[in-house]
Design a protein around this ligand. Structure first.
Ligand code: MN
Length: 352
């Protein structure tokens, strides 16, 4: 297991030098953030980022993420050129020896919350989601200014995009995902890059838009779409754990059994959420006791299936007066990855 930490590049208020000081963390998860969606990532640009990370004494085991253009998800004309560009980015990763690519296939909105600073009883704040609150959001006035809320679009553009998805139900989105993977997987395999789709967060449809990567059946369908060892998943305990129907350790064991070294699980996001109602949850500190996810059992399953890839703490709360990018402060995520390493060490050493 490679303890890792997300870094948003030079614009991130947390410098690599601070990440370097978190005990045990050796991997940095990053991306090129200033290129338009759909443009190919050159080896040169990505190599500069890699050198920056390595100069700080760290390594770069995962790109998270190369965004998938909406025209690919919609199956529109022109997707072939966009898929070609995506493949060129994958080839750049391969040439630089960056082995894992995390991506997602969520229409329009990335991860979505309705409160970025829910105050918890201990005075910390966390990201929260309430489906009833989401229903009150009027998108005709544009998206609220929250991360994951597609604020890159003007209100009219957003409406047009959402309207375009009226022709794309869940099954059509699956078709478009298959079309994408049929073209990208062979390139990734040749390049030595493992693909790791991130589950939809939250794992249910929002604003009438389909969301398909939500549960065990979906993950198993995904890996079977193109049956190659490089066609795998990012196992995100927070996304999948928001739905009480998901038995996370069982899902790890099924996906992990599809081949050695963790099978089709190429990357792990490990964090905790507390489910507080129907389609209502908030994020918590990482320890199992703090939320609905039994991280001990998840990590035990990952260990049992031979997972050896990068693992990161995903989001954290804001604690100790820290301010910054919601979900991506330093302190709670540093506690999180340290806790995860403690669990992992106990699992490894108790095997004798
Ligand atoms: Mn995640």
């Amino acid at each position: 297991m490679i303890p890792s930490f997300r870094w948003f590049g030079s614009a991130d208020p947390i410098p690599l030098a601070h990440i370097r000081q978190i005990p045990g963390v050796t991997g940095v998860v990053s991306a090129l953030y200033d290129l338009p969606v759909g443009e190919p990532w050159s080896r040169e640009r990505l190599g500069t980022l890699k050198a920056q990370i390595e100069d700080a004494g760290l390594r770069f085991p995962v790109v998270e993420s190369i965004p998938v253009h909406e025209n690919i998800k919609l199956g529109r004309r022109g997707r072939d050129r966009l898929i070609e560009n995506f493949c060129r980015s994958v080839c750049s990763m391969g040439e630089l020896g960056i082995p894992v690519l995390c991506y997602n296939f969520m229409p329009v909105f990335d991860w979505t919350r309705t409160d970025l600073a829910l105050r918890l009883p201990d005075g910390s704040t966390a990201l929260a989601y309430d489906h009833a609150a989401l229903a009150q959001v009027d998108l005709s006035r544009g998206a609220p200014d929250l991360p994951g809320w597609a604020t890159a679009y003007q209100p009219a553009e957003l409406q047009a995009l959402i309207a375009a998805y009226r022709e794309v139900d869940g099954e059509r989105l699956w078709d478009n995902l298959a079309y994408f993977l049929e073209r990208v997987v062979p390139v990734a395999r040749e390049a030595g890059v493992r693909l790791a789709i991130h589950p939809d967060d939250p794992p249910w449809p929002i604003f009438g838009l389909p969301r398909i990567i939500t549960n065990a059946a979906a993950l198993e369908r995904l890996v079977a779409l193109v049956d190659s060892p490089v066609n795998g998943v990012t196992f995100c305990t927070g996304s999948l754990g928001a739905s009480p129907e998901n038995d996370l350790p069982a899902m790890v064991r099924r996906l992990g059994a599809l081949g050695g070294n963790g099978g089709r699980i190429h990357f792990a996001h490990c964090r905790n959420v507390l489910v507080t109602g129907a389609r209502r949850f908030h994020e918590t500190a990482h320890p199992s006791a703090c939320g609905s996810v039994d991280l001990f059992q998840v990590l035990r399953a990952l260990r049992d299936v031979g997972f050896a890839g990068p693992m990161r703490p995903d989001h954290g709360r804001m604690i100790w007066g820290e301010t910054g990018r919601p979900g991506y402060g330093l302190y709670d995520r540093a506690l999180g990855i340290t806790y995860l390493q403690g669990l992992w060490e106990a699992l490894v050493r108790s095997e004798g």
